[in-house]
Design a protein around this ligand. Structure first.
Ligand code: SAM
Length: 229
């Protein structure tokens, strides 16, 4: 399975300036960036024996925040973003890099214990986000967590309010992101999470546009009952 707009959102052209750009949290799309990455890594509850996926890993800013893991798999379509991540994580022998589509990757890695993804899944359409959640539910260890930090809006009314706000401010870049990319619609995502068989753990807002969503694959009932068979 491949996503529709992978060629448009391959970050090769922006790789060289990316790490400087994300530090400017005055920009609406970057406000909360660092806090979102910190939260996503902590909410995933990664332990040293786990296989962890960083989906849409870019220059490795999220992976670099992850502590000990048995294996960390950084997935991104951009060779240039990945080259920067590889230099940043060169001292971590447990890290491997896979150049793949956000949806296509799952055919190569059927099982993992935890997944984090920051500022990448808004490049998938709404329906593709549903596909992604199903792929994650199929591969995630029971009891394991998937955590997303990304650009999101509560619902259509909030999206319209924000478009009007940034139009009024003459901020064409932020308006373009809101209208031409696929920022998560939280009201549409929550039913997709349930339909995929995942449990919602947390929804948290970090700035006007940056939110976090944490989900868990339910553990089988007998695993929760001490002495159960
Ligand atoms: C905005 S960057 C985020 C990088 C990093 N996770 C962070 O938080 O800084 C989005 C990344 O997703 C990658 N990407 C976008 N669409 C993709 C797709 N369909 N398949 C694989 N990678 C994709 C881009 O190449 C880019 O590196």
């Amino acid at each position: 399975m491949q996503s529709r707009h992978v060629a448009d959102f391959n970050h090769d052209p922006w790789a060289a300036g990316y790490d400087v750009e994300v530090q400017n949290e005055q920009t609406p799309v970057r406000a909360g960036y660092s806090a979102v990455l910190d939260w996503a890594v902590s909410a995933a509850q990664i332990t040293p024996t786990q296989v962890v996926v960083d989906l849409g890993s870019g220059t490795g800013n999220t992976s670099a925040r992850i502590g000990a893991a048995a294996r960390m798999i950084c997935v991104d379509i951009s060779a240039r973003m990945t080259a920067i991540a590889a230099a940043k994580l060169a001292h971590r022998p447990e890290v491997t890099f896979v150049q793949a589509d956000l949806l296509g990757f799952f055919a190569t890695q059927p099982r993992f214990d935890a997944l984090v993804s920051t500022y990448a899944v808004h490049h998938l359409t709404g329906a593709e986000k549903g596909d992604l959640l199903r792929l994650i539910a199929a591969g995630l260890r029971p009891g394991g967590r998937a955590v997303f930090g990304d650009l999101m809006v509560k619902n259509a009314a909030e999206q319209q309010r924000l478009v009007a706000l940034y139009q009024g401010l003459g901020d064409a870049d932020t308006m373009e992101g809101l209208t031409e990319e696929f920022y998560w619609r939280i009201d549409l995502t929550l039913p997709q999470i349930a339909a995929a068989g995942l449990e919602l753990v947390e929804v948290r807002r970090f700035s006007e546009l940056s939110w976090g969503i944490g989900v868990r694959r339910p553990a089988p009932a007998h695993a929760l009952r001490p002495g159960g068979c």
